[in-house]
Design a protein around this ligand. Structure first.
Ligand code: FES
Length: 117
């Protein structure tokens, strides 16, 4: 039985400008892939989602669902190597596109020295 698709609108803040990105459940494999596709950013998502570069660092709002704030895989290690990390920081390549993102305001955090490899 196919899973139900939900329309999702997430506001992404990049260089002090807000962009409302519209998608639906699992259209992209991650929030990083959605942002990369829609905003054409330089130095973003450099490792294409394997969690090593840290260039897809985002800050979620404190009101985000608690499960969205749980870091997974190599996120703690990678986030530990970059600057500006906050308790609500995540690697957007580790965030799936699902209904928990709907209505959130997500801020892209650019490290001064992107690309950890
Ligand atoms: S794309 Fe490299 S850590 Fe997310």
């Amino acid at each position: 039985m196919p899973t139900r698709q939900t329309d999702i609108a997430v506001t992404v803040v990049y260089e002090e400008r807000e962009h409302v990105l519209r998608t639906y459940t699992h259209e992209y494999r991650s929030l990083m892939a959605l942002i990369y596709d829609k905003l054409y950013m330089v130095n973003f998502g450099d490792c294409k989602g394997i969690g090593r570069c840290g260039t897809c660092h985002v800050r979620l709002p404190e009101y985000a669902e608690e499960t969205l704030l749980v870091r997974s895989g190599n996120e703690p290690n990678t986030l530990g190597k970059i600057t500006g990390v906050l308790p609500t920081s995540r690697l957007s390549c580790h965030i799936p596109i699902d209904e928990r993102l709907h209505g959130l305001r997500v801020e892209i955090m650019q490290d001064e020295e992107p690309g950890l490899y």
